[in-house]
Ligand binder design. Structure first.
Ligand code: PLP
Length: 380
């Protein structure tokens, strides 16, 4: 399957040139079967045996994602969490893990809990390449985790530098690439070993699928093989309809994320120009991680930002209540713009200040979104 181009917008729109073998249909089929018939000689002519985890409907989304990330192989999972967890559960009790102190809070909480019960040694370090290097020098690690820009403060981590430190220490590097998407950051090219996605977010893009994925540059890698076993035996698999919706959503990924990132840039500039709020967005020259982001992120800075409204939680809540277009909901990466008081959602251990509102910028008209934010801030 090939759309004859290495440009993501082209091969995504054409779903790698996919044609359904039976019908010549240009839209892929959905494969609901849970079991597949053997021939009289007991071989499996279609390749699939049992739908945990053989589903021909995974192939297209996995091939699109592997190509986008420049990887050798991709695997779909039931959720982003299931994908990340499959890698960590491939470790052995007593293994050492390094993860950033600012990261998706659900995975951080899982690491703390599972690490303790399973006997993993989990250390959290500042979202900064020097901090990773120092931690690796102090004690080696089997698996190192990074997330950049990191939710919800959007620190930028130099992935090439972290990958270099990992290589020197014999550690494997996994990167949560959900927020930038492979359109804007390609961790495998920067030296990472695995990429994880919450495909629930921008990859699907329409807030109607829960799915996750892992990608690797080396399908023979032992942890990758372990993640295969986790999916096959543990059964955290994507449903057939979810896999189909995901491939469908990915066909418009390029146009969605480019538009959302352009909107986000305009919103960040307009908010910063007010002078009464602090904007955390890696695309702004005022952002401490801007220089690294400029080097590492190609073509855009993504659709996620946070705004410190000033005036504590009360003012943040008033701004949030006053928004008319931004939908008050969790999650990110959909076509619709969302606002969330992150500390309320994450709880008392959150790294988010009281006055932080997280924005997931969608593909609506940028002037509409800016006007909405301005009226809510003015009214609060
Ligand atoms: N990583 C990031 C950056 C996320 O925002 C999320 C979900 O919010 C996840 C991972 C987990 O993904 P899922 O909800 O698909 O399990």
């Amino acid at each position: 399957m090939s759309a004859g181009s290495d440009k993501p917008a082209t091969y995504l729109a054409q779903a790698l040139g996919h044609v359904e073998p039976a019908s010549r249909g240009l839209a892929p089929a959905i494969y609901p079967a849970t079991t597949y018939e053997r021939d009289a000689d007991l071989t499996l002519p279609g390749g699939a045996e049992y739908a945990r985890d053989d589903n021909p409907g995974y192939t297209l989304a996995e091939e699109m994602l592997a190509k986008l990330e420049g990887g050798a192989e991709a695997m779909l999972y039931a959720s982003g969490m299931a994908a990340a967890v499959a890698l960590f559960q491939s470790l052995r009790s007593g293994d050492s893990v390094i993860a950033p102190e600012v990261m998706y809070f659900g995975l951080k909480a899982w690491l703390q809990d599972f690490g303790e019960r399973f006997g993993l040694n989990v250390r959290f370090v500042a979202n900064d390449a020097d901090a990773y290097a120092a931690a690796l020098k102090e004690r080696p690690a089997k698996l190192v985790w990074a997330e950049t820009p990191a939710n919800p403060l959007w620190q930028v981590t130099d992935l090439a530098a972290v990958a270099e430190a990992c290589r020197a220490a014999g550690a494997k590097l996994g990167v949560d690439n959900t927020v930038p998407t492979p359109l804007f950051t390609r961790p495998l090219e920067l030296g990472a070993d695995y990429v994880m996605h919450s495909a629930t977010k921008s990859l699907n893009g329409h807030s109607d699928v829960v799915a996750g994925a892992l990608v690797t540059g080396n399908a023979d890698d032992p942890l990758w093989q372990g993640a295969h076993v986790q999916r096959h035996k543990g059964g955290a698999i994507a449903g057939p309809f979810e896999a189909w919706l995901l491939a469908r959503g990915m066909r418009t990924l390029a146009v969605r994320v480019e538009r959302a990132a352009a909107n986000a840039m305009r919103i960040a500039e307009a908010l910063e120009a007010r002078g009464d709020v602090t904007v955390l967005y890696p695309g702004l020259p005022s952002h401490p991680g801007h220089a690294i982001a400029k080097r590492q992120m190609t073509g855009g800075f993504g659709s996620m930002m946070s705004v410190l409204t000033g005036g504590g939680q009360e003012r943040a809540y008033r701004v949030k209540a006053g928004l008319r277009l931004f939908r008050r909901a969790t999650s990110l990466g959909g076509v619709e713009s969302l606002v969330e008081h992150r500390r309320m959602v994450e709880g008392p251990t959150s790294m988010a200040p009281d006055d932080l509102l997280r924005l997931s910028v969608g593909i609506e008209d940028a002037d509409d979104l800016i006007a909405d934010l301005m009226q809510a801030l003015d009214g609060a």
